[in-house]
Design a protein around this ligand. Structure first.
Ligand code: ATP
Ligand code: MG
Length: 585
């Protein structure tokens, strides 16, 4: 069973209501955005290709693609690639991969709706020229420091640039010279004046926002064709309008940018560039998840400083990391649906994400046995060299999935903590005879009932083997098995046929729920025990496990064959999550 094959977005069973769905539903019913030949809802996911996507982006992807799916619309994937210095093809490729893997598609009726803001550079430029000519934009020649100083701050109005009243003809000529490469980086910028008194606006974003800057830099798609680049606040609304977006859904920090968004599109519609209705922007609260950081910069620091092995390290909250860790797209979609969307900022506990994973994997994952911290068990009265076949359902709730078989032999591996020299109260697993009392009786799951007869120790005092005798008529599934009543029941694998495998036990990346709270240094809170590597013994059938295949190792949790390091016949496993939430206090 490969979990990778079925990644189509599930037909969301009755999507739960939220404010965005209410807005879209109303607009669809009212025909707000009805246009010939276009779906009633067009959304977009607009990543900047400057890093790998993380779980926060997954929320935005699920919201945007989810709205399109639920209201017969479409969602565009658009790269907001306006910053030449930080963007790379590697990031474009991984973003495409991650969105697909999450189960979403930007293709509709054979058309691909994958776009790049850089494809609009020519049109953006012409719109900027129009805005200059119409008296809405001017070339500012202040130094960066003066621009910053004159912008004022919260509570202090800004001061008009001495270049604010530059004649449109002069600004236009200078803007053309900027484009022609006649100036150095930072010498001039192009700014918008929304109104006469914009520099005094209580909304800082309205204080003559910059829309073009000079950057003599190579762009990953347009090469050296441009040395001026449009700013995000200018590019984003125009890209939305060019793509006929209806609902431009983004996170709350863009709320202050909405007046400019609306002003720009209305002004350009007036200039004949767009038809009404133009796209509308709506904001929702970003995802904050405990025990991780979700900032591209911090994630990049972890990669660059070698704190993790790469963007796809299974401890990382990146989509590629979660995928390698063993998360399913369905679990991530379920998570995004469960947490919902709202306008109130808050924190979601990591256990919510893990809960979705367990709910998704429990019915899917075949069961298997793995001994993670092995201790030898010897059945002294079991004939040497012989073996008896045992079996167990592939999945206890789905008998139709059949049985798996594995041999029991004289020597087995059991977990170290399934034996205690001196049992604590209520301990029902193996302990030796004490005084006149016999050793404990324990069932080897799917095998025989055994009684502990003794144990071996090495010179250092470590227990090296546990000795037991077995009862031949007690085999699970036979009539005799019912006559034995035992309280202990443990898993095991045959030492003769076990598959030795590297197993990586992952824990949370940070020890603090909000490692970067208030902008503090987050590195002291890295969990030093976030990765433990053990050599485990697995039931022999596990040698056939394929990369990305997921299992439940009984009593231990969910595991996946690592997609990078597994080789045929020699899988390496990652623990996706434990069976229960071990972090609940
Ligand atoms: P970072 O702050 O980590 O650099 P970003 O928001 O700048 O991320 P973009 O590539 O611009 O990264 O993000 C693409 C989209 O994903 C944006 O619409 C953004 O609002 C959304 N997004 C980013 N982080 C989150 C989050 N934590 N929760 C929900 N949406 C998010
Ligand atoms: Mg951004």
């Amino acid at each position: 069973m490969s979990n990778e094959k079925n990644t189509a977005a599930p037909a969301a069973n009755a999507p739960s209501p939220n404010f965005l769905r209410a807005i879209v539903e109303n607009d669809v019913a009212a025909g707000t955005h009805a246009r010939e030949g276009l779906p009633p809802v067009i959304t977009r996911f607009p990543p900047e290709p400057n890093g790998y996507l993380h779980i926060g982006h997954a929320k935005s992807i699920c919201v945007n693609f989810g709205l399109a799916r639920d209201y017969q619309g479409r969602c565009n994937l658009r790269f907001d690639d306006t910053n030449p210095a930080k963007e790379e093809q590697e990031y474009v490729d991984t973003i495409i991969d991650s969105v697909k893997w999450l189960g979403f598609s930007w293709e509709q009726n054979g058309d691909s709706h994958l776009y790049y803001a850089s494809d609009y550079f020519e049109r953006l430029y012409l719109m900027a020229e129009y805005l200059i000519t119409a008296g809405y934009a001017y070339v500012d020649s202040q130094s960066a420091d003066d621009i910053k100083k004159n912008r004022g701050n919260f509570g202090t109005p800004g001061v008009n640039s001495p270049f604010r009243d530059r004649a449109p003809e002069e600004s236009l000529a200078m803007f053309r010279d900027m484009k022609a490469g006649k100036y150095k980086d930072g010498e001039h910028i192009l700014r918008i004046k929304m109104a006469a008194d914009s520099m005094a606006s209580p909304n800082m974003t309205n204080r003559d926002p910059a829309i073009y800057r000079i950057r003599h830099a190579h762009h990953h798609r347009t090469g050296d064709a441009w040395c001026i680049y449009p700013m995000y606040d200018f590019t984003h609304p125009i890209s939305d309008a060019l793509e006929n977006i209806t609902h431009s859904v983004c996170t709350l920090e863009f709320q202050d940018h909405r007046p400019f968004y609306d002003w720009l599109l209305a002004t350009l519609a007036e200039g004949g560039f767009f038809k009404q209705p133009v796209p509308r922007q709506y904001e929702f609260a970003r995802l904050n998840l405990t025990y991780v950081v979700t900032s591209k910069r911090k994630l990049r620091d972890m990669v660059d400083e070698g704190i993790v092995t790469g963007w796809d390290d299974p401890r990382m909250p990146t989509i590629v990391g979660l995928r390698r860790r063993g998360y399913t797209p369905e679990a991530i979609q379920l998570f995004c649906e469960r947490i919902g969307v709202s306008k109130a900022d808050g924190w979601i506990d990591m256990s919510t994400l893990e809960g979705c994973l367990r709910d998704d994997l429990d019915p899917k994952a075949p069961r298997a046995t793995a001994v993670l911290r092995p201790l030898k068990l010897i059945i002294d009265n079991f004939p040497e060299g012989e073996s008896v076949e045992c079996s167990s359902p592939v999945h206890p709730h789905f008998p139709e999935r059949g049985l798996r078989t594995f041999p029991i032999t004289r020597e087995l591996w059991i977990e170290q903590d399934d034996f205690m020299e001196v049992p604590s109260k209520g301990y029902f697993r193996y302990f030796p005879p004490i005084g006149d009392a016999p050793g404990s009786r324990v069932r080897l799951r799917h095998g025989y009932v055994t009684e502990c007869t003794g144990y071996d120790k090495d010179a250092a005092g470590n227990v090296t083997a546990v000795h037991v005798k077995y009862f031949e008529d007690s085999k699970s599934g036979t009539e005799g098995s019912n006559t034995y009543k035992v309280k202990g029941n443990i898993h095991w694998v045959s030492a003769a046929t076990a598959l030795e495998a590297e197993v990586r036990l992952y824990d949370r990346l940070f020890t603090e729920p909000q490692p970067d709270a208030g902008g503090r240094d987050w590195k002291p809170f890295l969990n030093p025990n976030a990765l433990e590597v053990v050599t485990a013994y697995l039931e022999p059938g596990m040698s056939a496990a394929e990369a990305d295949q997921r299992f439940q190792f009984e009593r231990h949790g969910y595991f996946v064959a690592d997609r990078v390091d597994s080789t045929p016949g020699k899988p390496v496993f990652n623990r996706v999550t434990t069976l229960k939430d071990s972090w609940v206090k």
